[in-house]
Design a protein around this ligand. Structure first.
Ligand SMILES: Cc1cc2nc3c(=O)[nH]c(=O)nc-3n(C[C@H](O)[C@H](O)[C@H](O)COP(=O)(O)O)c2cc1C
Length: 143
């Protein structure tokens, strides 16, 4: 599996690290990569993809996934039913996860778990990884 993240000041990268560490306790083989460097070939041998981004906006207006994350997702190949867990780090995520879900579904990805990790709330990558893992077992690998 691959954990791909878009991070500007390392908080999302840190959440991604902790999510990867949680998956490793299930003996998953986890690769981590900045979302902008996620090469299409890397997805060929991937059965589960996690995508994380920081939230970019004017705090209450125009809030959504970081523009760099949206641009990187637009460049991905068709995901052909790939199970995808999505997360963001934020103050107030607004519709970020919904937007992320719709762009991933538009690329034929199957969103199986979502999480918004607030800066002032305890980050719980473990429960996110648990949720991904649970759903992954019920939906099975990508077609
Ligand atoms: C230019 C800019 C705009 C931001 N806009 C929002 C926002 O609209 N809503 C929000 O919840 N957080 C916003 N944030 C906060 C970041 O999403 C949050 O601090 C995130 O955890 C940063 O992740 P990173 O350290 O991986 O870059 C903004 C941060 C920056 C730098």
């Amino acid at each position: 599996m691959v954990v791909a993240y878009e991070s500007r000041s390392r908080h999302t990268a840190e959440a991604a690290n902790r999510i990867a560490a949680a998956f490793e306790t299930y003996r998953a083989q986890v690769g981590m990569v900045p979302l902008g460097s996620l090469a299409p070939e890397r997805l060929v041998a991937t059965d589960l993809l996690v995508i994380g981004t920081w939230v970019e906006g004017l705090v209450l207006a125009a809030v959504g996934p970081a523009k760099a994350a949206m641009a990187a997702i637009e460049r991905l190949p068709r995901l052909a039913g790939m199970p995808v867990g999505i997360f963001c780090t934020n103050f107030n995520p607004g519709g970020t996860l919904k937007t992320l879900q719709s762009v991933i579904e538009a690329r034929d990805g199957q969103v199986i778990e979502t999480a918004a990790f607030g800066r002032w709330r305890p980050v719980t990558p473990r429960s996110f990884a648990d949720g991904c893992s649970w759903s992954f077992r019920s939906v099975g690998p990508a077609r």
